[in-house]
Design a protein around this ligand. Structure first.
Ligand SMILES: [Zn+2]
Length: 159
């Protein structure tokens, strides 16, 4: 089912962990409008990244979107994660560049693109960009870098 021209419900719910563990990651119908909103945000992100990619074509790959509570716990995420609410997706855009570059391009455009929260996450060599339609209560938490060393405000590249 297409949510928007470039993003499907299947992409936003696919999970290797769910498949491996037999977890049914089908979102409840009431979360569908949120996933459509999330897909619309991803379209805006995709357009921005593609416009900045030589040749103009770039894939935006969703590595994790909606996660039911069982799946969310299985991947070790906190219970309150925006992924469980249909608000968030983790993406990579290898044609455009590394996750740090993706986050650096998007961070100053958060208001324009209506990104609620932007997080550069992961460890060196295995990073992704977390994008949520949901804005955290504290403005300082809107744009973050999270590594195994902890949480810092803003987008910080790994040394
Ligand atoms: Zn995430």
């Amino acid at each position: 089912m297409k949510l928007t021209p470039h993003f499907t419900l299947a992409e936003l719910t696919a999970s290797r962990v769910a498949t491996a563990r037999g977890i049914n990651n089908t979102p409840p119908p009431e979360l569908l409008p949120r996933l459509v909103r999330l897909a619309q945000l991803l379209e805006a992100v995709r357009e921005t990244l593609c416009a900045a990619t030589p040749g103009g074509y770039c894939r935006v790959i969703v590595t994790s979107g909606y996660r039911c509570h069982e799946l969310n716990a299985a991947v070790g995420s906190r219970t309150s994660s925006d992924h469980t609410q249909g608000h968030a997706a983790d993406i990579v855009a290898p044609d455009f560049g590394a996750p740090t570059e993706v986050a650096r391009l998007l961070a100053p455009l958060a208001d324009t693109l209506q990104i609620g929260q932007l997080i550069l996450e992961g460890v060196k060599g295995k990073q992704w960009v977390h994008i949520s339609t949901h804005r955290p209560e504290k403005p300082v938490n809107r744009i973050l870098t999270i590594t195994d060393a902890g949480v810092v405000a803003g987008i910080v590249g790994l040394a």
